[in-house]
Design a protein around this ligand. Structure first.
Ligand SMILES: [Cu+2]
Length: 379
């Protein structure tokens, strides 16, 4: 269990009592944020105000205060471009068989500096591995449940009911709900091409998903897509006090990670973002990029974009492919246009060009004043 019991609804409620024009800087005032977590039974502030901001409680984006990626076992910067192609071999028919082994396990992870969360994971990470295949291949996923809870792997795609990873369906052949210590191998075709996802389908569903049992599943079209700098962004959140509302919002798990470590891209190079929304407890999420526009391919199931835009909204389980180029050097913000989420971690930067000319510290200072960071976490 998290040792932190703050409620973001209470935090934001407290923040809302100051004049709207005051802005985030004043919202997180000593009277605001310290009072609010106290009411919400939070741990008390460990580091108090930062120099230069008398009376201010800052997020833990001070130097030396970051999530311990090594302990987590994954770094969101690496997750962006980490595609798991599995192992392949050719069947007698000439067709490609692609195989993976996925192990579910229970693991404490840090989702913001000092904010620990008892996650349930696929292969020890949240989100789980980005499984990537090509249209028409035969896929085989051996799922081993190493958790103390029952789980499944439910894939989005087109496949027989027995391979759907839903409790109660196919129990007689060992499918359905996979109990702790059990294993099952899902086998199906890679279709249709597009951007899909997989997640656990054991009830209560919101709990099993929000704990971290999900991942992106990409099926490339037979003829491929134009070459690009490709990355996966799984929009997620964490209900750290288990009150069925999220305290931390993120892309690839760690709140504000890409403010601390902007996503480095090259000027004029095509960037392709595989965007997946797995957020629970909030009906919609969104992605907005500053000073630019992208082509949007909903669900990635067509090679023709549907819209040139700068904001896309996704419901739970929805996803899309975004393509853009950055014509100018600089730091470009991207965040949920659900402003409440943006202020609770779902904010980052693309960095185009020479890092020496940028000022990440200033950006972090301006945007990362987190209510849940105020307590500082374990020093
Ligand atoms: Cu589960």
């Amino acid at each position: 269990m998290s040792d932190r019991k703050l409620s973001r609804r209470k935090l934001l409620g407290a923040a809302a009592t100051v004049p709207a024009a005051a802005g985030l800087h004043s919202l997180i005032s000593r009277g605001g944020v310290e009072a609010a977590p106290a009411r919400a039974d939070s741990a008390s502030s460990a580091d108090g105000a930062h120099a230069g901001h008398e009376g201010f409680v800052h997020a833990s984006f001070a130097p030396g205060r970051s999530v311990d990626h090594r302990r987590n076992g994954f770094n969101p910067t690496d997750l962006l471009r980490d595609f798991d192609y599995g192992k392949t071999r050719r069947l007698a028919s000439g067709r490609v068989l692609r195989e993976w082994e996925i192990v579910a396990g229970d693991k404490e992870i840090e989702v913001a500096p000092g904010v620990k969360y008892e996650a349930w994971t696929y292969n020890g990470r949240v989100p789980g591995p980005t499984l990537r295949a090509r249209e028409g291949e035969r896929l085989r996923v051996r799922f081993v449940n190493g958790s103390v809870h029952p789980h499944t792997m439910h894939f989005h795609g087109i496949h027989p009911a027995l391979m759907d990873g839903v409790p109660g369906i196919g129990e007689r052949i060992g499918a359905g709900q996979i109990e702790p210590g059990e294993a099952f191998t899902y086998e199906f075709e890679a279709e249709p091409f597009g951007l899909h996802l997989y997640h656990c389908h054991v009830a209560p569903l919101a709990s099993h998903i929000s704990r971290g049992l999900y991942g992106a599943f990409i099926v490339d079209p037979k003829r491929g897509r134009p070459e690009a700098d490709e990355m996966v962004m799984v929009m997620n959140g964490f209900d750290t006090n288990f009150d069925r509302s999220n305290e931390v919002y993120a892309v690839n798990t760690v709140g504000f990670h890409y403010v601390n470590e902007p996503v480095q891209v090259r000027r004029d190079e095509l960037v392709r973002i595989y965007l997946v929304n797995v957020l629970e407890f909030d009906p919609i999420n969104s992605f907005h990029v500053h000073a630019n526009f992208f082509q949007h391919y909903p669900t990635g199931t067509s090679l023709e974009p549907s819209e040139l835009t700068d904001t896309v909204i996704q419901g739970q389980g929805q996803r899309g492919i975004l393509e853009l180029k950055f014509p100018f050097d600089g730091d470009y913000m991207f965040h949920a246009h659900v402003s409440e989420f943006a202020e609770l971690g779902w904010t980052g930067f693309f960095r185009v060009g020479d890092p020496a000319s940028m000022s990440p510290a200033a950006a972090a200072a301006a945007y990362c004043k987190l209510p849940w960071g105020a307590a500082g976490g374990p020093a």
